[in-house]
Design a protein around this ligand. Sequence first.
Ligand SMILES: Cc1cc2nc3c(=O)[nH]c(=O)nc-3n(C[C@H](O)[C@H](O)[C@H](O)COP(=O)(O)OP(=O)(O)OC[C@H]3O[C@@H](n4cnc5c(N)ncnc54)[C@H](O)[C@@H]3O)c2cc1C
Length: 392
Amino acid sequence: MRLIPTRDESESLRQGILDFCAQVIPETTSGLERQGTMSDGDSIEFYHQLGQAGWIGRHWPEQYGGRNCSHLETFIIDEALGYARAPLSGYLLSVKVFGNTLMLFGTDKQKATYLPLITSGTAILCQGFSEPNAGSDFGSLSTRATRDGDDYVINGHKIWTSSAEVATHMYLAARTDPDAVKHRGISTFVLDMTTPGVTVNTFPTLGGGVINEVYFDNARIPAANLIGELNRGFHQAMRSLDLERSAMDRIGAARRALDDLSTHIHQEGSAPDGGRLADLPAVQEKMAELYGRMQVSRTFGYLIARRLDANEGASSEFSYGKLYIGLLSQAIADAAVDIIGPRAMFEYGAELAVNDGLLTALYRASPALTLAGGSSEIQKSIIAVRGLGLPK
Ligand SMILES: Cc1cc2nc3c(=O)[nH]c(=O)nc-3n(C[C@H](O)[C@H](O)[C@H](O)COP(=O)(O)OP(=O)(O)OC[C@H]3O[C@@H](n4cnc5c(N)ncnc54)[C@H](O)[C@@H]3O)c2cc1C
């Protein structure tokens, strides 16, 4: 079976997104230019226009603002958005992580409330899972949700919360039964970020963007905001993390970086001896290797889309995809700095910067790409256990 879509399947969608982005990105993303991976940034204005143009959540039913289209279609859209360097952090958390989880575990009322707000580009979600002592070991989280009448009262501290500085809501994991075995006492909620008792602190990152920590001091959530079954949140969150790892946007962004590097090699590059970069065997070999790995990454990505569309299970495939694209993005950034040479030191705005300094910025951002969404070590252990049936 063919996995990567044919031109017939993808070209009009892809071109539609590229045209939309060419028009909207320049007027909505000012200030994000220095960001290493634009797709890790946020522009509320861009997100809103993306929703208004009908590009968000098209695989959801029409009653929720979607278009009943295939997962394949949304994967093509995400790849094109990544290629266009759209700011996508909140979009991905809203659609892939929260919205898709709500489709699986939410009540009809929750779906009817939140999904149309997402498809219209109005509600933007962040994901409150990680804590100072609970990252890879998610089951150790200690933020408490204590039932009090019709509410849950939240106390605790989340870190590495991408997009919390712009989010309207948080998809929150908290401990609801402190006496249960650690994986069994966790539940998930949707929280309005304007709730009294919620404090967001924002920090700059190496990649040129920002990241947040969030404190909860007796913040109250209506009990109706519980998602899925009480104390079954660990299982749901694992599914959400799987969905987060279908990284077509990152594949698109990496493909763009590789194409930009290729353009530099063809058009401007000169080797240290004055010859052309394009003639150097080492450069040719490196580019051939990276383009080959890129096709493997795309194959993993579209395998997941086709599995989801066929209602076939996908599990360790998400981790293969995430592992592969994280390592590949770092390899492209390393190769770009090697091939560009000293001019790789120049950043956005500098006269001598190659490709507006974007490949250099990717180099700064790339260490985080094998951590965010679950580290490479954790992906390997998921593949070993779930994919290969090896013991835990
Ligand atoms: C840019 C960025 C954005 C993020 N955005 C969010 C977000 O929006 N929401 C959110 O909830 N979280 C977010 N995170 C957190 C991310 O999910 C965690 O950083 C990640 O799960 C690792 O957890 P940790 O940082 O606590 O590291 P640790 O779990 O302490 O791991 C440290 C190192 O030890 C290794 N390690 C840990 N356990 C094992 C093991 N059992 N076997 C082998 N090696 C192991 C890890 O691979 C890693 O290299 C983000 C992180 C980054 C970097």
